[in-house]
Design a protein around this ligand. Sequence first.
Ligand SMILES: Nc1ncnc2c1ncn2[C@@H]1O[C@H](COP(=O)(O)OP(=O)(O)O)[C@@H](O)[C@H]1O
Ligand SMILES: [Mg+2]
Length: 361
Amino acid sequence: MYIKSIQLNNFRNYDNETVYLTPGINVVVGNNAQGKTNLLESIYLASIGKSPRTAKERELIRWNSTFAKITIEYVKQVKSHKKIEIFLSTSNNKSIKINGYYLKKISQLLGEINTVYFSPDELNIVKSGPNERRKFLDIAICQFDKNYFYNLNQYFTILEQRNKLLRTRGNSQTIWDTLDIWNDQLATYGSHIIYTRLQFINLLSSIAAEVHNTLTEGTETFRLEYNGIVGTDIKAIKQQLLSDLLDAREKDIALGYTSVGPQRDDIKIIINDIDIRSFGSQGQQRTAALTLKLAELEVINNEVKDTPILLLDDVLSELDSSRKNKLLQAVSNYQTIITCTEYNEAIDANIITINEGKIVN
Ligand SMILES: Nc1ncnc2c1ncn2[C@@H]1O[C@H](COP(=O)(O)OP(=O)(O)O)[C@@H](O)[C@H]1O
Ligand SMILES: [Mg+2]
């Protein structure tokens, strides 16, 4: 798939601008604070339904305006020409139209425009706590698996109720009896989540190994491991999760929250048999984050049978020229939108220059 045009009205520092893109490599050039990341943010919003930078949608509306609109025209493999319109307003929740029809739920947006987003913050996937890695997993899988999105929502709704119960300091017999009911439901949805994650990680790990081999010219091996319940059969995973929940009952009551389950799991990123979260150099961690994103691109491509769009925010300046070229070659089959302050690479690209929220060329 690829985006043909993006029209921004009152979005961030844009008044009314239309950006035309080509199916290959597009480079958005401009000084700092001109609106390059804002442009990628609008695409991400149309893809995931959220901003990668803020939970406050009001911040997306141009200062002193009461509404903002994003219109994206794009081409898909199956149903060729499509249009997404997103309306943001200071007084209402956002609403979204696809080809003129309002969406009833935000989940209907998922999978429309598939993107992989990479910014310097993405280093957190490798460096930060497990939360960032679970978020990476969940956003990636939700783009091609609506059941996963459903199971995740159900799971967290039940988890919240179970945690609420754990925080009540009531009759312990009543708490124990009610816990059993929540445990069974949690284990049902939780086992589906874990099973899907394991399958995704298997695929991702083998593709990432190849990508990493290319990026590092064969000097580093790469693999991923799931830190949680592992198994190849949903029933067995459910049984294990149930028994973990039972074992943790007293602990959970003391803690006031649920201490086991997929909301606590993690992925280990292993380079040359070493966990690089703790022992990797900064450069290794950066390359590992890039490897994960490029592998994600390929997994989504295989799953949805259409090319996702790659959004690269400010990453070129951090790479040496050999890795830069390898990266640009590796992404040449995907529509790619790269932001940078200057572009001097040999690889041909559609150049878009931005100055103070205006397209210059
Ligand atoms: N809601 C908004 N209304 C108007 N301007 C905004 C809004 N949000 C951010 N900006 C402006 O957008 C600019 C930052 O844009 P950004 O895309 O992050 O820059 P860069 O080109 O460095 O990636 C800043 O000048 C900031 O003041
Ligand atoms: Mg920026």
